[in-house]
Design a protein around this ligand. Structure first.
Ligand code: FES
Length: 150
């Protein structure tokens, strides 16, 4: 190998090592805003959640979260149609969703997006991002147990 060829190949090797070091040092995006929640915020298929209607959701407007499902009582009586069930984690970036009874909507605790009890979007996140409609589930009632299976 000629000296010039050796120096050129050495230079290329050093350039590759430096590039690799710089890229690995710059690779972390831990503090960057994340895009939409990749899982969409819904619990995994097979998840079940149950509520004892003897002690929970006793009044219209009451809500509770079990196993990633947000249950809301929307009407009196213990038929399935008296309840709504949605995902309890925001599809935007995973904030916790809360039922705001006084305002009759679901609100994200992270960027304040808002949804109806049937999952429709009322307000986009306040960070300039966009969210998607909530996953909704069909509850069943057996005796005094309200349940959802995802
Ligand atoms: S995580 Fe819910 S609006 Fe951003």
């Amino acid at each position: 190998m000629e000296r010039n060829d050796f120096i050129k190949s050495l230079g290329l090797g050093i350039a590759l090592v430096c590039t690799g070091s710089c890229l690995s040092g710059c690779g972390s995006k831990g503090s960057d805003p994340q895009p939409n929640n990749p899982a969409g915020g819904g619990p995994p298929t097979g998840t079940t959640a149950s509520v004892d209607l003897n002690s929970q959701l006793l009044s219209v407007g009451a809500a509770t979260t079990v196993n990633g499902i947000l249950f809301i009582r929307t009407a009196a009586g213990n038929s399935a149609s008296s309840f709504a069930a949605t995902q309890a984690v925001c599809p935007h970036q995973g904030g916790a969703l809360n039922w705001i009874q006084a305002s009759n909507y679901i609100q994200c605790g992270l960027h304040a997006s808002r949804y109806t009890s049937s999952g429709a979007i009322l307000a986009q996140p306040n960070d300039g991002g966009t969210t998607s409609a909530l996953k909704v589930y069909t509850p069943t009632v057996s005796g005094n147990t309200l349940s959802v299976t995802v």
